[in-house]
Design a protein around this ligand. Structure first.
Ligand SMILES: NC(=O)CC(=O)C(=O)O
Length: 275
């Protein structure tokens, strides 16, 4: 499918897991009513974003209320659903994990955040995901009706090598559920997505929770960027659905007209996956 409608769900997340799931299910249905066939949720959509919440809200995959909701919503609405992220528990370890569901409600991909968000900007923000989480060690793609889609989560956006490897693997779309904050969001969120899109000549989706009022405050501004690096659609801070019609001919056009991928000097440098 070369042209399809996508919907990014900038969900308002609260401390009540079941309310978050209900609200997400409702927005998914609204997205379907708008004609979307690829729908994506934000990072940490079943819980507030914070190391003190991860263990309490963690579920094993594919068992648990969050997977149940995602599977049912994908099936009932006959859509591909990128289930944002939620804390995963596996063998007493915790991960920040994205699941993807097909229109039959089957789990078709699972990606664990590879680069944990450990930063310290004095007087602004200190965050250490590695206090409770383990990183994932695998790149993950899925097939959306003939299109290869690569997955990353939030801080992963900052690592160009990951995006480049997905390009090398043949991706035309990268999807990043993410929750940037009020310090890094205004300066980096849009720029990073445009950079990944431009460098790799592919579409990039960034899906944030809506702005909340306390704790870790999400920047919002969920965004769709095209392979020219142009922002096609962007949310403000509140809950909303960002809808965009994606034309993959744009990827082919930019790749043909500015053929940088084949012009890389891989005799001098390269980006290599080590497993
Ligand atoms: N929350 C993240 O993982 C990343 C982030 O906010 C940033 O890179 O800035």
């Amino acid at each position: 499918m070369k042209i399809f409608r996508s919907a990014l769900l900038q969900l308002q997340v609260c401390e009540d897991r079941l309310k978050n799931l209900e609200r997400a299910a409702n927005l998914i249905q609204q997205a379907k009513n708008l004609g979307a066939n690829l729908v994506a949720l934000p990072e940490c959509f079943n819980s507030p974003y914070g190391t003190k919440f991860f263990e309490e809200y963690a579920e094993s995959i594919p068992n648990g209320p969050t997977c149940d909701m995602l599977s049912k919503a994908a099936k009932e609405n006959n859509i591909f659903l990128v289930g944002g992220t939620f804390p995963e528990k596996d063998n007493n370890k915790f991960y920040n994990t994205c699941t993807v569901w097909n229109p039959d409600g089957q789990l078709i991909a699972k990606y664990r955040k590879m680069h944990l968000f450990d930063i310290d900007i004095p007087g602004k923000i200190t965050f250490k995901e590695s206090e409770t989480l383990h990183p994932g060690n695998e790149l993950v793609t899925f097939d959306f009706q003939g299109i290869k889609v690569g997955l990353g989560i939030c801080y992963d956006l900052r690592f160009e090598e990951l995006a480049k490897l997905y390009r090398i693997m043949g991706c035309k779309l990268l999807i990043y559920p993410g929750a940037f904050n009020m310090t890094t969001g205004p300066i980096h969120w849009e720029l990073l997505q445009r950079s990944r899109a431009l460098d790799n000549q592919l579409y990039v989706f960034g899906i944030s929770p809506a702005r909340n009022e306390s704790g870790y405050i999400a920047w919002g501004h969920s965004q769709v960027t095209d392979p020219w690096g142009k922002v096609l659609a962007q949310a403000d801070a509140k809950e909303e659905i960002v809808q965009a019609d994606i034309d993959l001919n744009e990827c082919d056009d930019v790749r043909q007209q500015i053929p940088i991928f084949g012009q890389r000097r891989t005799d001098i440098y390269d980006t290599v996956r080590k497993y």
